[in-house]
Design a protein around this ligand. Sequence first.
Ligand code: PLP
Length: 548
Amino acid sequence: MDEYKEIALLYADETRRKVNELCSGLEAWQIIAYSVGVTLLLNWLYNFLCHPRLTIKQRIVQNFFKFVKSLPIIKDKIKAEIDKNVSDIARDLFPLKPGDSYITELPAKGLTRENILNKVNKDYKPMGGIDWKGGKVSGCVYAGTDELAALAATMYEDFAWTNPLHPDVFPDVRKMEAEIVAMTLKMFNASKSGCGTMTSGGTESILMALASYRDLATERGIEYPEIIAPVSAHAAFDKAAHYFRMKLVHVPLDPVTQQADVRAMRRKINKRTAVLVGSAPMFPFGVMDPIEKIAELGDYYNIPVHVDSCLGGFLVPFMEKAGFPLAPFDFRVKGVTSISADTHKYGYAPKGSSVIMYSEKKFRHPQFFVSPDWTGGIYATPTIGGSRAGAIIAACWATMMYFGEDGYVENTRKIVSTTRKVAEEVGKIPGLFVYGNPEVSVVGVGSKVFNIYRLSGALTERGWNLNSLQFPSSFHLCVTLRQTFPGVAEQFIQDVKECTEEIMKTPNEKASGSAALYGTAQAIPDRSLVTDMARGYLDAYYSTDPIE
Ligand SMILES: *Cc1c(COP(=O)(O)O)cnc(C)c1O
Protein backbone atom coordinates (compact mmCIF):
# COMPACT_ATOMS: atom_id res chain seq x y z
CA MET A 1 0.00 0.00 0.00
CA ASP A 2 2.77 2.45 1.00
CA GLU A 3 4.53 1.77 -2.28
CA TYR A 4 1.48 2.89 -4.22
CA LYS A 5 1.22 5.98 -2.08
CA GLU A 6 4.83 6.84 -2.81
CA ILE A 7 4.35 6.37 -6.52
CA ALA A 8 1.21 8.51 -6.43
CA LEU A 9 3.07 11.27 -4.57
CA LEU A 10 5.97 11.13 -7.01
CA TYR A 11 3.53 11.30 -9.86
CA ALA A 12 1.74 14.29 -8.36
CA ASP A 13 5.09 16.06 -7.82
CA GLU A 14 6.15 15.39 -11.38
CA THR A 15 2.81 16.65 -12.73
CA ARG A 16 3.04 19.79 -10.67
CA ARG A 17 6.58 20.42 -11.98
CA LYS A 18 5.46 19.89 -15.60
CA VAL A 19 2.49 22.21 -15.20
CA ASN A 20 4.74 24.88 -13.65
CA GLU A 21 7.15 24.53 -16.53
CA LEU A 22 4.38 24.83 -19.08
CA CYS A 23 2.83 27.80 -17.36
CA SER A 24 6.07 29.73 -16.88
CA GLY A 25 6.02 30.97 -20.45
CA LEU A 26 2.35 31.94 -20.38
CA GLU A 27 0.48 35.13 -19.58
CA ALA A 28 -2.00 35.04 -16.70
CA TRP A 29 -5.01 35.28 -19.04
CA GLN A 30 -3.68 32.36 -21.05
CA ILE A 31 -3.39 30.20 -17.92
CA ILE A 32 -6.97 31.04 -16.95
CA ALA A 33 -8.24 30.32 -20.47
CA TYR A 34 -6.46 26.95 -20.54
CA SER A 35 -7.78 25.97 -17.10
CA VAL A 36 -11.32 26.83 -18.09
CA GLY A 37 -10.90 24.83 -21.31
CA VAL A 38 -9.53 21.78 -19.52
CA THR A 39 -12.26 21.97 -16.87
CA LEU A 40 -14.97 22.13 -19.51
CA LEU A 41 -13.43 19.22 -21.39
CA LEU A 42 -13.18 17.08 -18.25
CA ASN A 43 -16.73 17.98 -17.29
CA TRP A 44 -18.00 17.02 -20.73
CA LEU A 45 -16.06 13.75 -20.60
CA TYR A 46 -17.46 12.99 -17.16
CA ASN A 47 -21.04 13.61 -18.28
CA PHE A 48 -20.45 11.62 -21.41
CA LEU A 49 -19.16 8.59 -19.57
CA CYS A 50 -20.68 8.64 -16.12
CA HIS A 51 -24.29 8.27 -15.21
CA PRO A 52 -25.43 7.70 -11.66
CA ARG A 53 -27.50 4.67 -12.64
CA LEU A 54 -25.60 3.16 -15.57
CA THR A 55 -22.15 1.59 -15.80
CA ILE A 56 -19.47 3.26 -17.90
CA LYS A 57 -19.73 0.45 -20.44
CA GLN A 58 -23.49 0.93 -20.78
CA ARG A 59 -22.90 4.66 -21.15
CA ILE A 60 -20.29 4.28 -23.89
CA VAL A 61 -22.50 1.87 -25.84
CA GLN A 62 -25.54 4.10 -25.35
CA ASN A 63 -23.69 7.23 -26.48
CA PHE A 64 -22.16 5.47 -29.45
CA PHE A 65 -25.55 4.34 -30.76
CA LYS A 66 -27.11 7.68 -29.96
CA PHE A 67 -24.46 9.29 -32.14
CA VAL A 68 -24.88 6.78 -34.98
CA LYS A 69 -28.64 7.16 -34.90
CA SER A 70 -28.40 10.93 -35.04
CA LEU A 71 -26.79 10.74 -38.49
CA PRO A 72 -29.52 11.95 -40.88
CA ILE A 73 -29.47 9.03 -43.35
CA ILE A 74 -29.53 6.42 -40.62
CA LYS A 75 -32.20 8.31 -38.67
CA ASP A 76 -34.60 8.28 -41.61
CA LYS A 77 -33.88 4.65 -42.44
CA ILE A 78 -34.51 3.54 -38.86
CA LYS A 79 -37.71 5.54 -38.60
CA ALA A 80 -39.05 4.06 -41.84
CA GLU A 81 -38.15 0.55 -40.67
CA ILE A 82 -39.78 1.00 -37.27
CA ASP A 83 -42.92 2.58 -38.73
CA LYS A 84 -43.24 -0.31 -41.12
CA ASN A 85 -42.89 -2.78 -38.28
CA VAL A 86 -45.52 -1.03 -36.17
CA SER A 87 -48.16 -1.35 -38.87
CA ASP A 88 -47.09 -4.96 -39.49
CA ILE A 89 -47.47 -5.71 -35.81
CA ALA A 90 -50.86 -4.01 -35.59
CA ARG A 91 -52.11 -5.94 -38.61
CA ASP A 92 -50.75 -9.28 -37.39
CA LEU A 93 -51.70 -9.08 -33.74
CA PHE A 94 -54.88 -7.05 -33.75
CA PRO A 95 -56.73 -7.94 -36.94
CA LEU A 96 -60.35 -6.98 -37.45
CA LYS A 97 -62.97 -8.99 -39.31
CA PRO A 98 -63.53 -7.71 -42.82
CA GLY A 99 -66.03 -4.88 -42.65
CA ASP A 100 -65.47 -4.30 -38.91
CA SER A 101 -64.27 -0.94 -37.63
CA TYR A 102 -63.39 0.80 -34.39
CA ILE A 103 -65.74 2.91 -32.33
CA THR A 104 -63.89 6.17 -31.79
CA GLU A 105 -66.58 8.36 -30.30
CA LEU A 106 -69.41 7.97 -27.84
CA PRO A 107 -72.63 6.66 -29.35
CA ALA A 108 -74.84 9.70 -29.86
CA LYS A 109 -77.62 7.98 -27.96
CA GLY A 110 -77.06 5.55 -25.11
CA LEU A 111 -77.70 1.87 -25.86
CA THR A 112 -80.09 -0.40 -24.01
CA ARG A 113 -78.68 -3.24 -21.95
CA GLU A 114 -79.91 -5.66 -24.59
CA ASN A 115 -78.21 -3.75 -27.41
CA ILE A 116 -74.95 -3.64 -25.49
CA LEU A 117 -74.95 -7.37 -24.87
CA ASN A 118 -75.88 -8.02 -28.49
CA LYS A 119 -72.99 -5.91 -29.66
CA VAL A 120 -70.54 -7.74 -27.40
CA ASN A 121 -71.78 -11.13 -28.57
CA LYS A 122 -71.78 -10.16 -32.22
CA ASP A 123 -68.66 -7.99 -32.59
CA TYR A 124 -66.32 -8.69 -29.70
CA LYS A 125 -66.54 -12.25 -28.43
CA PRO A 126 -66.19 -13.76 -31.93
CA MET A 127 -62.82 -11.99 -32.27
CA GLY A 128 -61.43 -15.27 -31.05
CA GLY A 129 -57.96 -15.10 -29.53
CA ILE A 130 -56.37 -18.18 -28.11
CA ASP A 131 -58.48 -20.83 -26.46
CA TRP A 132 -56.98 -20.92 -22.96
CA LYS A 133 -59.78 -23.13 -21.66
CA GLY A 134 -58.28 -26.17 -23.35
CA GLY A 135 -55.04 -25.75 -21.38
CA LYS A 136 -52.75 -24.78 -24.25
CA VAL A 137 -51.80 -21.41 -22.79
CA SER A 138 -48.81 -21.17 -20.45
CA GLY A 139 -49.58 -19.22 -17.24
CA CYS A 140 -52.02 -16.38 -17.95
CA VAL A 141 -55.26 -17.87 -16.60
CA TYR A 142 -54.48 -19.85 -13.46
CA ALA A 143 -57.84 -21.51 -12.77
CA GLY A 144 -60.62 -19.83 -14.74
CA THR A 145 -63.37 -22.28 -13.87
CA ASP A 146 -67.03 -21.38 -14.44
CA GLU A 147 -67.78 -21.88 -10.77
CA LEU A 148 -65.14 -19.34 -9.73
CA ALA A 149 -66.34 -16.92 -12.42
CA ALA A 150 -69.89 -17.15 -11.06
CA LEU A 151 -68.66 -16.54 -7.52
CA ALA A 152 -66.57 -13.55 -8.63
CA ALA A 153 -69.49 -12.17 -10.66
CA THR A 154 -71.76 -12.25 -7.61
CA MET A 155 -69.12 -10.49 -5.52
CA TYR A 156 -68.59 -7.89 -8.28
CA GLU A 157 -72.29 -7.25 -8.44
CA ASP A 158 -72.65 -6.83 -4.69
CA PHE A 159 -69.51 -4.72 -4.27
CA ALA A 160 -69.36 -2.82 -7.58
CA TRP A 161 -69.55 0.63 -5.96
CA THR A 162 -67.35 0.00 -2.96
CA ASN A 163 -64.06 1.84 -2.50
CA PRO A 164 -61.67 1.11 0.38
CA LEU A 165 -60.60 4.76 0.26
CA HIS A 166 -63.76 5.31 2.31
CA PRO A 167 -63.67 2.61 5.00
CA ASP A 168 -66.34 4.44 7.00
CA VAL A 169 -68.74 4.06 4.08
CA PHE A 170 -67.60 0.50 3.26
CA PRO A 171 -66.50 -1.20 6.50
CA ASP A 172 -67.14 -4.62 4.93
CA VAL A 173 -64.47 -4.19 2.25
CA ARG A 174 -62.01 -2.80 4.81
CA LYS A 175 -62.49 -5.94 6.89
CA MET A 176 -62.03 -8.21 3.88
CA GLU A 177 -58.81 -6.48 2.80
CA ALA A 178 -57.32 -6.67 6.28
CA GLU A 179 -58.26 -10.36 6.42
CA ILE A 180 -56.67 -11.14 3.04
CA VAL A 181 -53.40 -9.59 4.25
CA ALA A 182 -53.60 -11.43 7.59
CA MET A 183 -54.29 -14.82 5.96
CA THR A 184 -51.38 -14.34 3.54
CA LEU A 185 -49.02 -13.29 6.35
CA LYS A 186 -49.99 -16.46 8.18
CA MET A 187 -49.23 -18.56 5.09
CA PHE A 188 -45.71 -17.07 5.05
CA ASN A 189 -45.21 -17.57 8.79
CA ALA A 190 -44.88 -13.90 9.65
CA SER A 191 -44.35 -13.12 13.33
CA LYS A 192 -46.68 -10.86 15.32
CA SER A 193 -44.90 -7.79 13.97
CA GLY A 194 -45.63 -8.81 10.36
CA CYS A 195 -47.82 -6.50 8.29
CA GLY A 196 -48.71 -5.67 4.70
CA THR A 197 -51.19 -4.21 2.23
CA MET A 198 -53.08 -5.33 -0.83
CA THR A 199 -52.06 -3.92 -4.20
CA SER A 200 -53.35 -4.11 -7.75
CA GLY A 201 -50.86 -6.80 -8.81
CA GLY A 202 -47.37 -8.21 -8.45
CA THR A 203 -45.73 -5.23 -10.10
CA GLU A 204 -47.33 -2.79 -7.69
CA SER A 205 -46.36 -5.00 -4.74
CA ILE A 206 -42.73 -4.91 -5.85
CA LEU A 207 -42.86 -1.18 -6.59
CA MET A 208 -44.23 -0.50 -3.11
CA ALA A 209 -41.49 -2.46 -1.34
CA LEU A 210 -38.84 -0.81 -3.47
CA ALA A 211 -40.29 2.65 -2.80
CA SER A 212 -39.94 1.90 0.92
CA TYR A 213 -36.37 0.70 0.58
CA ARG A 214 -35.47 3.65 -1.63
CA ASP A 215 -36.72 6.04 1.05
CA LEU A 216 -34.89 4.21 3.83
CA ALA A 217 -31.67 4.49 1.81
CA THR A 218 -32.31 8.14 0.95
CA GLU A 219 -32.68 8.85 4.66
CA ARG A 220 -29.10 7.61 5.02
CA GLY A 221 -28.08 10.25 2.47
CA ILE A 222 -27.79 7.93 -0.54
CA GLU A 223 -28.76 9.76 -3.71
CA TYR A 224 -29.08 6.80 -6.07
CA PRO A 225 -29.78 3.69 -3.99
CA GLU A 226 -28.94 0.34 -5.55
CA ILE A 227 -31.03 -2.82 -5.95
CA ILE A 228 -29.00 -6.02 -6.21
CA ALA A 229 -30.99 -8.69 -8.03
CA PRO A 230 -30.21 -11.76 -10.12
CA VAL A 231 -30.75 -11.37 -13.88
CA SER A 232 -33.68 -13.78 -13.45
CA ALA A 233 -35.57 -11.31 -11.23
CA HIS A 234 -38.79 -10.00 -12.74
CA ALA A 235 -38.76 -6.88 -14.95
CA ALA A 236 -40.81 -5.16 -12.25
CA PHE A 237 -37.46 -4.51 -10.49
CA ASP A 238 -36.22 -2.70 -13.61
CA LYS A 239 -39.45 -0.76 -13.51
CA ALA A 240 -38.91 0.18 -9.87
CA ALA A 241 -35.37 1.35 -10.68
CA HIS A 242 -36.77 3.36 -13.57
CA TYR A 243 -39.58 5.05 -11.66
CA PHE A 244 -37.71 5.63 -8.41
CA ARG A 245 -34.34 6.65 -9.86
CA MET A 246 -32.52 3.70 -8.38
CA LYS A 247 -29.74 1.67 -9.94
CA LEU A 248 -30.43 -1.98 -10.68
CA VAL A 249 -27.28 -4.02 -10.23
CA HIS A 250 -27.67 -7.43 -11.82
CA VAL A 251 -25.79 -10.52 -10.70
CA PRO A 252 -25.49 -13.65 -12.84
CA LEU A 253 -26.97 -17.08 -12.19
CA ASP A 254 -25.06 -20.20 -11.29
CA PRO A 255 -24.70 -21.89 -14.70
CA VAL A 256 -25.79 -25.29 -13.37
CA THR A 257 -28.51 -24.59 -10.81
CA GLN A 258 -29.66 -21.30 -12.43
CA GLN A 259 -29.98 -19.87 -8.91
CA ALA A 260 -28.77 -16.37 -8.05
CA ASP A 261 -24.99 -16.32 -7.59
CA VAL A 262 -24.82 -15.22 -3.96
CA ARG A 263 -21.05 -14.70 -3.98
CA ALA A 264 -21.44 -12.26 -6.87
CA MET A 265 -24.17 -10.59 -4.84
CA ARG A 266 -21.84 -10.14 -1.89
CA ARG A 267 -19.20 -8.55 -4.13
CA LYS A 268 -21.71 -5.96 -5.37
CA ILE A 269 -22.74 -4.83 -1.89
CA ASN A 270 -21.67 -1.29 -1.00
CA LYS A 271 -22.94 1.60 1.11
CA ARG A 272 -25.51 2.49 -1.57
CA THR A 273 -27.17 -0.94 -1.51
CA ALA A 274 -30.83 -0.49 -0.59
CA VAL A 275 -32.15 -4.05 -0.98
CA LEU A 276 -31.18 -7.58 -2.01
CA VAL A 277 -33.65 -9.58 -4.11
CA GLY A 278 -34.35 -13.28 -4.46
CA SER A 279 -37.27 -15.03 -6.17
CA ALA A 280 -39.34 -17.90 -4.82
CA PRO A 281 -39.51 -19.02 -7.56
CA MET A 282 -38.24 -16.90 -10.47
CA PHE A 283 -40.31 -16.38 -13.62
CA PRO A 284 -38.00 -17.64 -16.42
CA PHE A 285 -37.11 -21.18 -15.30
CA GLY A 286 -39.21 -21.53 -12.17
CA VAL A 287 -36.12 -22.09 -10.01
CA MET A 288 -36.11 -21.16 -6.30
CA ASP A 289 -33.27 -18.77 -5.44
CA PRO A 290 -31.15 -19.62 -2.36
CA ILE A 291 -33.24 -17.40 -0.08
CA GLU A 292 -31.48 -18.48 3.11
CA LYS A 293 -28.09 -17.46 1.76
CA ILE A 294 -29.35 -14.14 0.40
CA ALA A 295 -31.08 -13.41 3.70
CA GLU A 296 -27.90 -14.27 5.59
CA LEU A 297 -26.05 -11.63 3.56
CA GLY A 298 -28.82 -9.11 4.19
CA ASP A 299 -28.80 -9.86 7.89
CA TYR A 300 -25.01 -9.61 8.14
CA TYR A 301 -24.76 -6.30 6.26
CA ASN A 302 -28.03 -4.97 7.67
CA ILE A 303 -29.61 -4.63 4.20
CA PRO A 304 -33.33 -5.40 3.63
CA VAL A 305 -34.13 -8.55 1.63
CA HIS A 306 -37.16 -8.82 -0.67
CA VAL A 307 -38.42 -12.26 -1.63
CA ASP A 308 -40.41 -12.12 -4.85
CA SER A 309 -43.02 -14.82 -4.52
CA CYS A 310 -45.47 -13.09 -6.85
CA LEU A 311 -45.66 -16.09 -9.14
CA GLY A 312 -45.52 -18.92 -6.63
CA GLY A 313 -46.95 -17.16 -3.59
CA PHE A 314 -49.99 -19.41 -3.43
CA LEU A 315 -48.05 -22.60 -4.21
CA VAL A 316 -44.84 -22.56 -2.18
CA PRO A 317 -46.51 -22.10 1.23
CA PHE A 318 -48.54 -25.27 0.56
CA MET A 319 -45.82 -27.44 -0.92
CA GLU A 320 -44.74 -29.08 2.30
CA LYS A 321 -48.32 -30.15 3.06
CA ALA A 322 -48.68 -31.29 -0.58
CA GLY A 323 -45.68 -33.58 -0.11
CA PHE A 324 -43.02 -31.47 -1.83
CA PRO A 325 -40.83 -29.89 0.87
CA LEU A 326 -38.69 -26.88 -0.10
CA ALA A 327 -35.70 -25.08 1.40
CA PRO A 328 -36.95 -22.28 3.72
CA PHE A 329 -38.01 -19.10 1.91
CA ASP A 330 -40.51 -17.26 4.15
CA PHE A 331 -40.47 -14.97 7.21
CA ARG A 332 -39.00 -17.76 9.33
CA VAL A 333 -35.73 -17.03 7.53
CA LYS A 334 -33.86 -14.36 9.50
CA GLY A 335 -33.11 -11.39 7.27
CA VAL A 336 -36.19 -11.62 5.00
CA THR A 337 -37.88 -8.22 5.36
CA SER A 338 -40.56 -8.34 2.67
CA ILE A 339 -42.40 -10.83 0.46
CA SER A 340 -44.72 -10.23 -2.48
CA ALA A 341 -47.37 -12.88 -3.28
CA ASP A 342 -49.98 -12.63 -6.01
CA THR A 343 -53.53 -13.59 -5.22
CA HIS A 344 -54.32 -13.14 -8.91
CA LYS A 345 -51.91 -15.86 -10.01
CA TYR A 346 -52.05 -19.15 -8.06
CA GLY A 347 -54.43 -17.53 -5.56
CA TYR A 348 -56.91 -18.02 -8.49
CA ALA A 349 -58.58 -14.65 -7.83
CA PRO A 350 -59.63 -12.47 -10.78
CA LYS A 351 -56.91 -10.13 -12.07
CA GLY A 352 -56.08 -7.00 -10.13
CA SER A 353 -54.88 -8.15 -6.72
CA SER A 354 -51.68 -9.04 -4.90
CA VAL A 355 -50.28 -8.79 -1.37
CA ILE A 356 -47.08 -7.08 -0.22
CA MET A 357 -45.90 -8.18 3.23
CA TYR A 358 -43.24 -6.87 5.61
CA SER A 359 -41.56 -8.38 8.64
CA GLU A 360 -42.01 -5.12 10.56
CA LYS A 361 -44.03 -1.90 10.36
CA LYS A 362 -40.89 0.21 9.93
CA PHE A 363 -40.60 -1.20 6.40
CA ARG A 364 -44.26 -0.64 5.57
CA HIS A 365 -44.46 2.95 6.80
CA PRO A 366 -42.40 4.59 4.03
CA GLN A 367 -44.76 2.96 1.49
CA PHE A 368 -47.72 4.93 2.88
CA PHE A 369 -48.29 8.29 1.26
CA VAL A 370 -49.58 11.13 3.41
CA SER A 371 -50.35 14.66 2.31
CA PRO A 372 -51.06 16.44 5.60
CA ASP A 373 -51.79 19.88 4.10
CA TRP A 374 -53.99 19.18 1.09
CA THR A 375 -56.95 21.53 0.69
CA GLY A 376 -59.07 18.44 0.06
CA GLY A 377 -58.34 17.18 3.58
CA ILE A 378 -55.58 15.14 5.21
CA TYR A 379 -54.93 12.57 2.54
CA ALA A 380 -53.42 9.17 3.28
CA THR A 381 -53.27 6.10 1.03
CA PRO A 382 -51.45 2.79 1.47
CA THR A 383 -50.48 2.23 -2.19
CA ILE A 384 -50.21 4.00 -5.56
CA GLY A 385 -53.94 4.16 -6.19
CA GLY A 386 -56.29 6.65 -4.63
CA SER A 387 -59.73 5.18 -5.14
CA ARG A 388 -59.49 1.44 -5.46
CA ALA A 389 -61.84 -1.32 -6.61
CA GLY A 390 -63.54 -2.83 -3.56
CA ALA A 391 -65.15 -5.38 -5.88
CA ILE A 392 -61.75 -6.89 -6.69
CA ILE A 393 -60.96 -7.20 -2.99
CA ALA A 394 -64.33 -8.84 -2.38
CA ALA A 395 -63.84 -11.29 -5.26
CA CYS A 396 -60.32 -12.10 -4.05
CA TRP A 397 -61.53 -12.66 -0.49
CA ALA A 398 -64.31 -14.96 -1.73
CA THR A 399 -61.83 -16.95 -3.82
CA MET A 400 -59.54 -17.51 -0.82
CA MET A 401 -62.48 -18.59 1.32
CA TYR A 402 -63.70 -20.88 -1.47
CA PHE A 403 -60.48 -22.88 -1.71
CA GLY A 404 -59.39 -22.77 1.89
CA GLU A 405 -56.13 -24.39 2.92
CA ASP A 406 -57.11 -27.87 1.79
CA GLY A 407 -58.16 -26.56 -1.64
CA TYR A 408 -54.86 -24.77 -2.14
CA VAL A 409 -52.88 -27.79 -0.94
CA GLU A 410 -54.75 -30.06 -3.35
CA ASN A 411 -54.25 -27.68 -6.30
CA THR A 412 -50.58 -27.35 -5.40
CA ARG A 413 -50.22 -31.12 -5.38
CA LYS A 414 -51.72 -31.34 -8.87
CA ILE A 415 -49.70 -28.47 -10.33
CA VAL A 416 -46.34 -29.46 -8.86
CA SER A 417 -46.68 -33.11 -9.83
CA THR A 418 -47.69 -32.14 -13.38
CA THR A 419 -44.74 -29.75 -13.61
CA ARG A 420 -42.29 -32.39 -12.43
CA LYS A 421 -43.65 -34.92 -14.88
CA VAL A 422 -43.34 -32.47 -17.78
CA ALA A 423 -39.79 -31.54 -16.70
CA GLU A 424 -38.75 -35.16 -16.44
CA GLU A 425 -40.21 -36.22 -19.78
CA VAL A 426 -39.07 -33.14 -21.73
CA GLY A 427 -35.58 -33.44 -20.20
CA LYS A 428 -35.31 -36.96 -21.63
CA ILE A 429 -35.99 -35.91 -25.22
CA PRO A 430 -32.77 -35.97 -27.30
CA GLY A 431 -31.73 -32.45 -28.30
CA LEU A 432 -33.45 -30.73 -25.36
CA PHE A 433 -32.57 -29.84 -21.80
CA VAL A 434 -34.45 -28.35 -18.85
CA TYR A 435 -32.96 -25.39 -16.95
CA GLY A 436 -32.03 -25.96 -13.30
CA ASN A 437 -34.33 -27.77 -10.92
CA PRO A 438 -37.92 -26.71 -11.66
CA GLU A 439 -39.32 -27.45 -8.22
CA VAL A 440 -42.58 -25.53 -8.47
CA SER A 441 -44.66 -24.78 -11.58
CA VAL A 442 -42.47 -23.62 -14.47
CA VAL A 443 -40.36 -25.66 -16.88
CA GLY A 444 -37.72 -23.76 -18.89
CA VAL A 445 -36.56 -25.55 -22.04
CA GLY A 446 -33.42 -25.02 -24.16
CA SER A 447 -31.31 -26.83 -26.73
CA LYS A 448 -27.59 -27.10 -27.39
CA VAL A 449 -28.27 -28.66 -30.79
CA PHE A 450 -30.77 -26.44 -32.59
CA ASN A 451 -32.40 -23.02 -32.45
CA ILE A 452 -34.94 -23.49 -29.65
CA TYR A 453 -37.31 -20.91 -31.13
CA ARG A 454 -37.95 -23.36 -33.96
CA LEU A 455 -39.47 -25.67 -31.38
CA SER A 456 -41.59 -22.98 -29.73
CA GLY A 457 -42.65 -21.93 -33.25
CA ALA A 458 -43.67 -25.49 -34.14
CA LEU A 459 -45.59 -25.78 -30.87
CA THR A 460 -47.34 -22.49 -31.61
CA GLU A 461 -48.50 -24.03 -34.87
CA ARG A 462 -49.99 -26.86 -32.84
CA GLY A 463 -52.01 -24.37 -30.84
CA TRP A 464 -49.72 -23.95 -27.80
CA ASN A 465 -49.09 -20.50 -26.41
CA LEU A 466 -45.76 -20.58 -24.57
CA ASN A 467 -43.51 -17.87 -23.16
CA SER A 468 -40.41 -17.05 -25.19
CA LEU A 469 -37.38 -16.20 -23.05
CA GLN A 470 -34.07 -14.63 -24.05
CA PHE A 471 -30.46 -14.37 -22.86
CA PRO A 472 -30.24 -17.37 -23.13
CA SER A 473 -32.59 -18.41 -25.93
CA SER A 474 -35.28 -20.61 -24.36
CA PHE A 475 -38.98 -20.84 -23.65
CA HIS A 476 -41.07 -22.01 -20.75
CA LEU A 477 -44.33 -23.65 -19.89
CA CYS A 478 -45.96 -22.28 -16.76
CA VAL A 479 -48.28 -25.00 -15.48
CA THR A 480 -51.65 -23.81 -14.20
CA LEU A 481 -54.69 -25.77 -13.06
CA ARG A 482 -55.67 -26.00 -16.72
CA GLN A 483 -52.67 -28.19 -17.57
CA THR A 484 -53.61 -30.56 -14.76
CA PHE A 485 -56.82 -31.50 -16.55
CA PRO A 486 -56.74 -35.03 -18.01
CA GLY A 487 -54.61 -35.45 -21.11
CA VAL A 488 -53.28 -31.87 -21.41
CA ALA A 489 -49.76 -32.43 -20.05
CA GLU A 490 -49.51 -35.72 -21.96
CA GLN A 491 -50.44 -33.88 -25.15
CA PHE A 492 -47.78 -31.28 -24.48
CA ILE A 493 -45.09 -33.90 -23.94
CA GLN A 494 -46.18 -35.74 -27.06
CA ASP A 495 -46.14 -32.55 -29.17
CA VAL A 496 -42.71 -31.55 -27.87
CA LYS A 497 -41.42 -35.04 -28.72
CA GLU A 498 -42.80 -35.05 -32.25
CA CYS A 499 -41.77 -31.49 -33.09
CA THR A 500 -38.26 -32.04 -31.69
CA GLU A 501 -37.81 -35.24 -33.70
CA GLU A 502 -38.76 -33.33 -36.83
CA ILE A 503 -36.38 -30.46 -36.08
CA MET A 504 -33.52 -32.84 -35.23
CA LYS A 505 -33.56 -34.00 -38.85
CA THR A 506 -32.21 -30.55 -39.85
CA PRO A 507 -30.69 -29.19 -36.65
CA ASN A 508 -28.74 -26.36 -38.32
CA GLU A 509 -31.68 -24.76 -40.07
CA LYS A 510 -32.48 -21.15 -39.13
CA ALA A 511 -35.69 -20.15 -37.41
CA SER A 512 -38.17 -18.47 -39.70
CA GLY A 513 -41.31 -16.41 -39.39
CA SER A 514 -42.33 -15.09 -35.99
CA ALA A 515 -40.15 -17.74 -34.30
CA ALA A 516 -37.16 -15.77 -35.58
CA LEU A 517 -38.24 -12.61 -33.77
CA TYR A 518 -36.50 -13.30 -30.48
CA GLY A 519 -33.36 -14.54 -32.15
CA THR A 520 -33.20 -11.37 -34.24
CA ALA A 521 -34.07 -9.10 -31.33
CA GLN A 522 -31.32 -10.60 -29.16
CA ALA A 523 -28.73 -10.06 -31.90
CA ILE A 524 -29.38 -6.30 -32.12
CA PRO A 525 -26.53 -4.66 -30.20
CA ASP A 526 -28.34 -1.34 -29.85
CA ARG A 527 -30.98 -2.18 -27.25
CA SER A 528 -32.62 1.21 -27.71
CA LEU A 529 -33.78 -0.01 -31.13
CA VAL A 530 -35.54 -2.92 -29.46
CA THR A 531 -37.03 -0.43 -27.01
CA ASP A 532 -38.29 1.70 -29.90
CA MET A 533 -39.84 -1.38 -31.53
CA ALA A 534 -41.55 -2.37 -28.29
CA ARG A 535 -42.89 1.16 -27.92
CA GLY A 536 -44.21 0.78 -31.44
CA TYR A 537 -45.98 -2.37 -30.30
CA LEU A 538 -47.65 -0.43 -27.50
CA ASP A 539 -48.60 2.26 -30.00
CA ALA A 540 -50.14 -0.48 -32.11
CA TYR A 541 -52.03 -1.76 -29.06
CA TYR A 542 -53.85 1.55 -28.79
CA SER A 543 -54.27 1.98 -32.51
CA THR A 544 -57.84 2.50 -33.72
CA ASP A 545 -56.72 3.48 -37.20
CA PRO A 546 -58.42 1.61 -39.99
CA ILE A 547 -56.10 -1.27 -40.99
CA GLU A 548 -56.13 -1.77 -44.74
C1 PLP B 1 -45.95 -12.19 -12.57
C2 PLP B 1 -44.73 -11.90 -11.79
C3 PLP B 1 -44.50 -10.63 -11.25
C4 PLP B 1 -45.35 -9.41 -11.58
O1 PLP B 1 -46.66 -9.58 -11.38
P1 PLP B 1 -47.83 -8.84 -12.18
O2 PLP B 1 -49.01 -9.30 -11.46
O3 PLP B 1 -47.77 -9.29 -13.60
O4 PLP B 1 -47.62 -7.37 -12.06
C5 PLP B 1 -43.40 -10.46 -10.45
N1 PLP B 1 -42.55 -11.47 -10.21
C6 PLP B 1 -42.72 -12.71 -10.73
C7 PLP B 1 -41.74 -13.79 -10.42
C8 PLP B 1 -43.81 -12.95 -11.55
O5 PLP B 1 -43.95 -14.16 -12.11
